[in-house]
Design a protein around this ligand. Structure first.
Ligand code: NAP
Ligand code: G4F
Length: 330
C-alpha cells in the first residue's frame, strides 16, 4: 500500500524537493498551498501533473481547513514546511509571523491529536533558535547541537522556539509521533530571491548577462552560517519520519563560512571582484543578528545514517550556474 503524506508549503524551496522525493518513493502526496492571485507553482512544475499528487488550497492560519483535510486523509506522515520564513521580515511583521509559525503549528497538532493520532508529524525547526548561543568543545571550537540551549534573536526565532516546544509537549503529553528537525541554513537554485545566497547568485546571473548595471545592496557581511544543500536536507526529514521513535535532530554540514566569504566565492567563480559591485545598505542590517552558526549532526549520523553530500564550493557553483542560465533566457 502506498503511504500518504501531507506537505504544507509545497510551493516553497523545501516543499518542492520533498514532494519530488516522496513521489519517487511511490507516496501519495497531498500538497497544501495558500491562495495566490497569480500562478506560483514554478518550483513544482515538473510534478504538478503527477497522478499521485493532489494539490489543495489552505492557509495555516485557518484551523477549520486543516482539520477537515486531516479528517479526510488521515495521512501516514505530515511534513509542516509552511512558514513565514524570512528572519528580517519577522521584525516588521511579528504578529503575522506568530499566527503562521506558532498558531499554525498548534492547529495541526490539535488536528492530529483529535482526528488522526497515528499520523507522524515533522516540524521545521531551525538553527535560528540558537540565536546568540553556542556550545564550546575541549579544543575551544564553537558549535550547536541538540543540547545547546536556545536563546532566540528574532520574532521568527521565538515563534519557532514556541512551536518546537509545542511539538515536544504533544509528543510526551499525548504520545503523538512528533519530530523536530533543527535544520541549519540550506540553499539551492530554488531558494527564495530575498535570502542572502540567492540574492547574490541572482545578481551575478543578471550581471554576467548584462541585465543589470546597479550595485548589489547587502547588509551585514560579518555573520557566519553553516550552509548546506536543500536536497540533502529534505532527505533527512524523510529519514526522521521512518524512525520508530520521535526525537529532535540537528541537520547541518559542520562547516561555517562568513557571509562575506559567500560573496567573495560567488564573484570569484565568475572572475569578478565583489568590491566593484557590492554596496553596504545599513537599512538591511537587522535589529538583532545571529552572529555565528556551526552545527554538529553526530546524532543524525548515528541514528539516521544521514550525512550531507554537497560541499560549500559545489553549492555556490550550482547556484551561480543556474542563475547565469536563468538570466540568459529572461
Ligand atoms: P520557503 O521557500 O519560504 O517556503 C515557505 C512556504 O510556506 C511557501 O510555500 C509559502 O507559500 C508557505 N506559506 C507561508 N505562509 C503560509 C500560510 N499562511 N499558509 C500556508 N502556506 C504558507 O521556505 P523553505 O526554505 O522551503 O523552508 C521550509 C521550512 O523550513 C520553513 O518552515 C522554514 O522556516 C524552515 N527552515 C528553513 C531553513 C532554510 O535554510 N531554508 C532552515 C531551517 C528551517 P507561498 O509560496 O505562497 O509563499
Ligand atoms: O539568507 P538569510 O536571510 O538567512 P537567515 O537569516 O540565516 O535565515 C535562514 O536560515 C534559517 C536557518 O538558520 C532559517 F530558519 C530561515 O527560515 C532562513 O531560511 O541571511 C543570512 C545572513 C544573515 O546574517 C543576514 O543578516 O546574511 C545576512 N545578510 C546580509 N545582507 C543578508 C543580506 N540577508 C538577506 N536576506 N539579505 C541581505 O541583503
Amino acid at each position: 500500500m502506498n503511504k500518504t503524506a501531507i506537505i504544507t508549503g509545497i510551493t516553497g524551496q523545501d516543499g518542492s524537493y520533498l514532494a519530488e522525493l516522496l513521489l519517487e518513493k511511490d507516496y501519495k502526496v497531498v500538497g497544501l498551498y495558500r491562495r495566490s492571485s497569480s500562478y506560483h507553482f514554478e518550483r513544482i512544475s515538473s510534478i504538478v501533473d503527477h497522478p499521485n499528487l493532489t494539490l489543495l488550497e489552505f492557509d495555516l492560519t485557518d484551523p477549520s481547513v486543516i482539520l477537515s483535510i486531516l479528517k479526510q486523509y488521515e495521512p501516514d506522515e505530515f511534513y509542516n514546511l509552511a512558514a513565514m520564513s524570512h528572519v528580517g521580515t519577522s521584525f516588521h511583521q511579528p504578529s503575522t509571523t506568530f499566527d503562521i509559525n506558532t498558531m499554525g503549528v498548534l492547529h495541526i497538532l490539535e488536528g492530529i491529536r483529535t482526528t488522526s493520532s497515528a499520523t507522524k508529524y515533522y516540524q521545521a525547526s531551525t538553527s535560528e533558535m540558537f540565536g546568540k548561543n553556542y556550545s564550546v568543545d575541549k579544543n575551544n571550537n564553537k558549535y550547536q547541537d541538540e543540547n545547546t540551549p536556545l536563546i532566540p534573536q528574532s520574532p521568527y526565532a521565538v515563534s519557532k522556539v514556541a512551536s518546537h516546544n509545542l511539538v515536544r509537549i504533544y509528543r510526551y503529553a499525548y504520545n503523538i509521533f512528533a519530530t523536530s528537525g533543527i535544520l541549519f541554513n540550506h540553499e539551492s537554485p530554488r531558494r527564495g530571491e530575498n535570502f542572502l545566497t540567492r540574492k547574490v547568485t541572482k545578481y551575478i546571473g543578471q550581471l554576467v548577462n548584462n541585465k543589470t548595471s546597479d550595485n548589489l545592496k547587502l547588509g551585514n557581511l560579518q555573520a557566519y552560517r553553516d550552509w548546506g544543500h536543500a536536497k540533502d536536507y529534505v532527505y533527512a526529514m524523510y529519514l526522521m519520519l521512518q524512525q520508530d521513535v520521535p526525537d529532535d535532530f540537528v541537520i547541518c554540514t559542520g562547516q561555517t563560512h562568513s557571509v562575506l566569504n559567500f560573496v567573495i566565492k560567488s564573484f570569484e567563480s565568475v572572475d569578478l571582484d565583489y568590491k566593484q559591485y557590492v554596496e553596504i545598505d545599513p537599512s538591511l542590517y537587522r535589529p538583532a543578528e545571529v552572529d555565528y552558526l556551526c552545527g554538529r549532526s553526530l546524532k543524525a549520523q548515528k541514528v539516521l545514517g544521514w550525512i550531507p553530500s554537497t560541499s560549500f564550493d559545489d553549492l555556490v557553483s550550482e547556484m551561480i550556474q543556474s542563475d547565469i542560465k536563468v538570466y540568459a533566457n529572461v
